[in-house]
Write a protein that binds this ligand. Structure first.
Ligand SMILES: Nc1ncnc2c1ncn2[C@@H]1O[C@H](COP(=O)(O)OP(=O)(O)OP(=O)(O)O)[C@@H](O)[C@H]1O
Ligand SMILES: [Mg+2]
Length: 169
């Protein structure tokens, strides 16, 4: 007979605790730990129907090409700056990569860690702070990203795990 205080009984209780916490995690559908991913894009072209004003000014083309065969990569853990003059197409490119464009014609390949991007999955694992979002001048870029990431995580994820997760944004 095993008394409640014996080592065997304690082991059984610990196992129970572990399996209970695993069950809870399964129930909440948590997708941890975080996996770093890269985004690569090749020959990305984005065009829109030519605006009426341009037609009025004599434009004969059907489409206005805003991005023309753009290639690049964003690697995990590497803060990457996309630079260009106003109107160069930085926001347009980021919107296309993030799947935020509702109109227009997108061509080319966008891959997540080598696999074709699926928008439903991408929307769940990524965060996108837009140019016109309200940003505080008193926090760094890193702090803004961490703040955005933390708002998306369940409240029972501890601080250490949150920081690891945020690092891979
Ligand atoms: N739907 C659209 N129809 C026509 N032209 C568009 C459309 N969307 C964007 N453009 C044009 O595409 C160009 C690129 O715009 P975009 O906003 O991507 O530039 P940006 O590099 O982000 O500039 P900024 O540094 O000012 O934010 C601009 O000339 C803009 O007017
Ligand atoms: Mg912009």
């Amino acid at each position: 007979m095993i008394s409640e205080d014996s080592d065997d009984a304690k082991t059984t209780n610990t196992e129970k605790e572990v399996s209970t916490s695993e069950d809870q995690n399964k129930k909440k559908g948590m997708v941890l730990p975080f996996e770093p991913h890269s985004i690569t894009f090749d020959e990305v072209t984005y065009s829109v129907d030519i605006p009426q004003e341009m037609k009025n000014q004599g434009a004969t083309e059907d489409r206005l090409v805003l991005l023309n065969g753009v290639c690049g990569a964003f690697r995990p853990g590497v803060l990457t700056a996309l630079m260009g003059i106003s109107g160069a197409g930085k926001t347009t490119l980021m919107d296309v990569l993030a799947g935020r464009k509702t109109g227009g014609y997108i061509e080319g390949s966008i891959k997540i860690s080598g696999y074709p991007k699926k928008q439903e999955t991408f929307a769940r694992i990524s965060g996108y702070c837009e140019q016109n979002n309200i940003h505080s001048p008193y926090v760094t870029v890193y702090e803004s990203l961490v703040y955005s990431a933390w708002l998306r995580l369940p409240s029972d994820v501890d601080e250490k795990t949150r920081k690891v997760g945020s690092f891979w944004i």
